[in-house]
Design a protein around this ligand. Structure first.
Ligand SMILES: [Fe+2]
Ligand SMILES: [Fe+2]
Length: 277
């Protein structure tokens, strides 16, 4: 199949439900021990995965005329397919638990990372896979443990599957980020710091899951200097273009999960909002 040209939409099509609300209006549910708490978690994750599908396809549609090789599109189609599997697994689990995707409200901050970086592929790759999806790697193990502790091993197994796939998504993002930087004569580490400071409001939230990030090949020199406790960040700096970001918890995905659901962790996110898939 040939790679064509497309006019990407400003926003992806969305079903009538779930109702989309500002992140601050989302209910706060932290109790994974109660069925309603787990349903809220899985619903939020399903919403993140739906956005992750769109984010992968947006890369294909938006940057299709950028002279990129076929392998770029093949990689992101593969990611989109896995995100679709993640959504289907979570939607099916919600059905099993007597709920459904759309039964609860969802936040409307997930597309902000795409909008903020629509003009700059290097920025998109820095923010979505290398910040938001990497954030998912940090917070997902704790969520799996909490689900297992609550006796919901079926949901935990789905998150474990997603976690493994997301390591691959970060690896794909890093491969293309580094390659594009080298082709454009940019130092990848410096370019990453620059794009995150410009398009991601605030510091990255430790602790970082070094083991999973290493598996994805993501060097600590990329993210550690941007961590909330690093000297560079304690000095503070204005962020003229703050994108949405995850607060104190996140879910596994390229976007971020509502802090209300993520407990101490976090997943795919642009900070202070939520993202993470
Ligand atoms: Fe992903
Ligand atoms: Fe995902």
């Amino acid at each position: 199949m040939a790679i064509g040209r497309a006019s990407p939409l400003l926003r992806p099509a969305r079903p009538e439900i779930p109702v989309l609300r500002p992140p601050r209006d989302m209910p706060r549910r932290r109790n994974f021990g109660a069925p309603a708490g787990r349903v809220a978690l899985l619903h939020a994750l399903a919403h993140i995965e739906l956005n992750a599908i769109d984010l992968a396809w947006d890369l294909v549609a938006r940057f299709g005329d950028s002279g990129l090789p076929r392998a770029f599109f093949d990689d992101w189609l593969g990611v989109a397919a896995e995100e679709a599997e993640h959504f289907a697994l979570l939607a099916s689990r919600l059905d099993t638990l007597g709920s459904a995707y759309g039964a609860l409200p969802a936040h409307d901050g997930l597309w902000e990372a795409a909008a903020a970086t629509a003009h700059d592929l290097i920025a998109r790759l820095a923010i979505v896979p290398l910040v938001l999806e990497a954030r998912g790697l940090d917070v997902t193990p704790e969520m799996i443990l909490r689900l297992e502790r609550a006796g919901d091993c079926a949901s935990a197994a789905i998150l474990a599957r997603i976690y493994r796939d997301e390591i691959g998504h970060v690896a794909v993002g890093l491969r293309w980020f580094d390659r594009l930087c080298h082709e454009r004569g940019l130092d990848p580490e410096a370019a990453f710091h620059d794009r995150v400071r410009r398009y991601f409001s605030g510091a990255l939230k430790p602790p970082f899951n070094r083991e999973a990030r290493d598996q994805a090949g993501l060097p600590a020199a990329y993210y550690e200097p941007l961590g909330a406790t690093s000297p560079a960040h304690s000095q503070g700096s204005p962020h003229p273009n703050p994108p949405p970001q995850a607060e104190e918890g996140a879910v596994p995905s390229p976007l971020n999960i509502p802090p209300s659901l993520a407990g101490e962790g976090g997943t795919h996110a642009v900070r202070r909002g939520r993202v993470g898939a």
